[in-house]
Design a protein around this ligand. Structure first.
Ligand SMILES: *[C@@H]1O[C@H](CO)[C@@H](O)[C@H](O)[C@H]1NC(C)=O
Ligand SMILES: *[C@@H]1O[C@H](CO)[C@@H](O)[C@H](O)[C@H]1NC(C)=O
Ligand SMILES: *[C@@H]1O[C@H](CO)[C@@H](O)[C@H](O)[C@H]1NC(C)=O
Ligand SMILES: *[C@@H]1O[C@H](CO)[C@@H](O)[C@H](O)[C@H]1NC(C)=O
Length: 439
């Protein structure tokens, strides 16, 4: 300030001879001084800036008598645009300065998306105004929700744009799985997710004297299971569980008929000379019994039986019958006792044999010849070994035949068998001659 006053005083006190002096023409970036008075002392000059630039401070200066610019040589600085214009549903980049030539972009607010093909950028022009801004943003759209067997209702307004709420309902016979309402969210999806409509079964049939596991429930989704139970002491006849299944394809149905509750008792099983298991006192529907007989007795019938819905055992209950041995037969022998023999014998029964006249029990080489032979009926229906009656005096022939037979059976080389047969032939020839001589 003091300098300014001093300069002003000097201006007034300067001698008249110094008037008419010229001020220097300054070099000014992006502009120039223009003066009507040829930059002589006392004249004023105005700063003209290039487009997009503005004078800093005052735009007019005066040439003093001592040839200096007052107050000082001015300069041109870049101009600025005003605050960027508002754009619907969009915000500009945050910025303090808006210099000529700079660009600024807008971004859409949440729930809005930029309109395709429209540039979201504006430029600060040289006339200090913004290039024009078209409509940049539109509301986000959610896809139209698809709910088979259901529908969506919107309480007014554009049905599928950002912020819009929808309410969902299912057709009769279907139940909603998921949220009953959803809102179109900023990212273009429904939130929470669009629900779906699930086919349901009506409540399962009620039964007399029994109940199912889901009383009070009105709708049963696909795959639901209900279990039936009967009142105390009653038997459940049929399948215990029903399932909600897709019956005819469109509507859901229960997997079958409901069971029945009935008092079913089978008669107490009696098995003489045998055992029944398990050992219980009541014989309700479905009970499975197993049977076995004492030794020496055989099961006639099935080894197990189940109590049926009609109160009978199936297969029918078996009996235990004594195991019997058939009348044994001995070639060239006869039964000595019991007298006359019997058709069947029980376990531990014995039969004594005798050989027919002209036949004898074989000589085992050690013991004296036995007169009779006893066999016993075994618990499995077979006999202890039975005797063989051989022709008296033929014992050696028999032994020979047995020997040859065994030779055949054990794979002796053919050449040896042939020799043996030759020997056998000779042996038989001799025997034959002997018998002829005897007669
Ligand atoms: C400026 O100078 C030109 C020529 O140099 C002259 O013709 C003109 O008259 C002058 N103007 C003033 C106001 O002195
Ligand atoms: C600025 O210039 C542009 C073109 O360069 C023009 O369209 C616009 O109208 C001008 N603005 C003003 C306020 O003069
Ligand atoms: C399915 O159920 C609906 C409503 O209960 C009924 O109108 C329709 O006839 C049923 N469809 C079939 C195939 O039974
Ligand atoms: C047969 O005899 C044996 C031995 O004497 C005896 O243990 C068994 O109980 C008898 N069996 C029958 C069915 O009488």
């Amino acid at each position: 300030m003091a300098q300014l006053l001093l300069a002003g005083l000097l201006l007034l006190l300067l001698p008249a001879g110094t008037r008419g002096a010229q001020c220097p023409v300054p070099h000014i970036a992006h502009g120039q001084l223009s003066s009507a008075g040829n930059f002589t002392s006392g004249s004023t000059a105005r700063l003209e800036c290039e487009p997009g630039f503005v004078p800093s401070g005052t735009g007019t200066v005066r040439c003093t008598f001592n040839g200096r610019w007052y107050p000082w040589v001015p300069s041109c600085v870049p101009g600025q645009c005003p605050h960027p214009p508002p754009v619907e549903f969009a915000d500009p980049q945050p910025r303090r300065e808006f210099l000529v030539g700079s660009t600024l972009s807008y971004s859409c607010r949440p729930g809005f998306s930029s309109i395709p093909g429209v540039s979201p950028t504006i430029t600060c022009l040289q006339n200090f105004s913004w290039s024009s801004v078209p409509r940049l943003c539109q509301k986000v759209q959610c896809p139209s929700p698809a709910i088979p067997h259901g529908r969506a209702a919107s309480p007014g307004g554009a049905p599928h744009s950002f912020g819009q709420q929808l309410q969902f309902q299912c057709e009769p016979g279907y139940v909603l799985r998921g949220s009953g309402r959803a809102q179109c969210s900023a990212d273009g999806t429904w939130s929470p997710a669009v629900p779906y409509c699930l086919g349901v079964c009506d409540p399962p049939p009620k039964i007399a004297h029994g109940q199912h596991s889901a009383s009070g429930v009105k709708q049963f989704p696909y795959g639901s299971e209900v279990k039936y139970s009967c009142a105390e002491g009653l038997s459940l006849i049929g399948s215990e569980s029903l399932f909600c299944t897709s019956g005819d394809g469109e509507n859901l149905t229960w997997s079958g008929a409901a069971p029945e509750c009935r008092a079913v008792r089978c008669p107490q099983p009696v098995l003489q000379r045998g055992t029944v298991s398990p050992q219980t006192f009541t014989f309700p529907y479905g009970l499975l019994l197993h049977f076995s007989c004492q030794p020496g007795f055989g099961l006639q019938g099935a080894a197990q039986s189940q109590c049926q819905a009609d109160g009978t055992w199936h297969p029918p209950l078996p009996t235990c019958q004594p195991v019997l041995c058939p009348q044994p037969r001995v070639p060239y022998g006869r039964v000595k006792s019991p007298l006359g023999g019997r058709r069947w014998y029980q376990t531990n029964d014995t039969v004594t044999f005798q050989c027919l006249p002209g036949y004898q029990l074989p000589d085992n080489g050690m013991m004296p010849l036995e007169e009779s032979w006893t066999a016993t009926c075994l618990p499995d229906g077979s006999w202890t070994p039975l005797p063989k009656c051989v022709k008296e005096g033929d014992a050696d022939v028999c032994q020979e035949v047995h020997y040859i037979k065994s030779v055949f059976e054990c794979g002796v080389p053919v050449e040896e068998v042939k020799n043996l047969l030759e020997i056998q032939k000779l042996f038989l020839e001799i025997k034959k001659l002997e018998m002829e001589l005897e007669n």
